[in-house]
Design a protein around this ligand. Structure first.
Ligand SMILES: Nc1nc2c(c(=O)[nH]1)N[C@H]1C(S)=C(S)[C@@H](COP(=O)(O)O)O[C@H]1N2
Ligand SMILES: [Mo]
Length: 202
């Protein structure tokens, strides 16, 4: 913490407008998983883009790490009511995955799949246009296994359950197919600013 005394000191930044309704700030990084942390060996790690049932492109860990890397610092909001500001991530933008696969977004909806069997649905428009990445680093270090390492989806503008840990595929679907938590009472979209926590929230 650096202070510059009474003169020239900036007023504290207003952060209240960065905290969505019903959320409280935390400096910790809680771990929330539906099951145990899976072991994901890098030598068999593979990430796949699918259109419906059809795989269109896969990357090994080595190939994935040769893709353009982007850094992105964002606020994150968990449906269990914690928010964490300015979390620094690094990884591969979904835009760059589509670019490397040489495809345009093929359908309006996406279902993310993970090594632990977890799934979550996100409209494709929420993954492209610089909004989302497959993150491999947090705070400049490789993502730890409990937080989804080696790689997790990061969709920071939606509740954090949309950021699938241990992600291994994005499947583009014709319809909005619900994922693990969405089938169990969580909102299909999950906008923290509209407090879309549960099915039936407006
Ligand atoms: N594969 C997988 N991804 C997951 C989960 C999970 O159980 N499995 N839990 C989700 C939930 S409910 C939340 S709040 C965040 C928690 O991420 P963290 O443990 O890094 O805080 O991961 C999400 N991604
Ligand atoms: Mo969660």
């Amino acid at each position: 913490m650096v202070t510059r005394g009474f003169f020239g000191r900036q007023p504290p930044p207003d952060i209240s407008n960065r905290v969505p309704p019903g959320q409280a700030l935390t400096d910790d990084f809680p771990v929330l998983s539906a099951g145990p942390t899976p072991k994901v060996p890098l030598d068999t790690w593979k990430f796949t883009l699918k259109v419906g049932p059809r795989p269109v492109k896969s990357w090994t860990w080595e190939e994935f790490n040769a893709l353009p890397q982007t850094r992105m610092t964002r606020d994150i909001h968990c449906v269990t009511t914690w928010s964490k500001l300015d979390t620094p991530w690094q990884g591969v933008m979904i835009d760059d995955l589509l670019g490397d696969a040489n495809i345009e977004p093929p359908t309006g909806f996406t279902l993310a799949h993970s090594f632990d069997g977890y799934t979550t649905n996100v409209p494709t428009a929420d993954l492209v246009g610089g909004k989302s990445m497959v993150a491999t680093h947090f705070e400049g270090k490789p993502l730890t296994p409990d937080h989804g390492g080696p790689a997790r989806l990061l969709v920071p503008h939606l509740y954090f359950w949309k950021s699938a840990k241990w992600v291994n595929a994005l499947q583009f679907t014709e319809r909005d197919e619900l994922g693990f938590w969405e089938l169990r009472g969580y909102h299909a979209y999950g906008d923290p600013w509209r407090e879309q926590r549960y099915t039936g929230d407006p």
